[in-house]
Design a binder for this molecule. Structure first.
Ligand code: HEC
Length: 103
């Protein structure tokens, strides 16, 4: 937990102000858009979908974006619901999630 917080602070300190505010908005959207209902990040959230704590390492930005816009077998598409800027914010946030997933 402490190590995660330290990594987060390092990450925020290292990123340019614009990028960090974009991913901060994405983090908020992750909760308000319902993603968290199915996905956990850093031990917070549901388990219908895969844990996304490490998705920044396992998926490229384009693939994350496609998943959000088109959905999947068990995931609804969000392309019609979200503004293009909101999708960018979510992709920036998820691309910054680079911890090992919760066991
Ligand atoms: C109803 C449950 C549900 C909701 C809501 C949901 N997802 Fe998913 N998501 C899933 C499931 C299940 C998968 C597994 C693959 C599939 O079914 O396409 C998945 C896969 C993913 C993946 C790919 C993960 C991987 O490792 O392959 C990403 C990224 C993702 N979701 C992001 C989001 C985001 C961002 C939101 C909110 C805008 C969201 N999801 C909302 C259920 C959900």
């Amino acid at each position: 937990m402490k190590a995660g917080l330290f990594a987060l602070i390092l990450l925020l300190a290292a990123s340019p102000a614009f990028a960090s505010s974009r991913s901060q908005r994405g983090a908020a959207l992750f909760g308000t858009c319902g993603c968290q209902h199915c996905h956990s990040i850093d031990h917070v959230g549901g388990h219908k979908g895969p844990d996304l704590s490490n998705v920044g390492r396992t998926m490229k930005k384009a693939a994350i974006r496609r998943q959000i816009v088109e959905g999947g077998k068990q995931m609804p598409p969000f392309g019609y619901i979200l503004e293009p800027a909101e999708i960018k914010d979510l992709v920036a946030y998820l691309h910054s999630c680079r911890e090992m997933p919760a066991k």
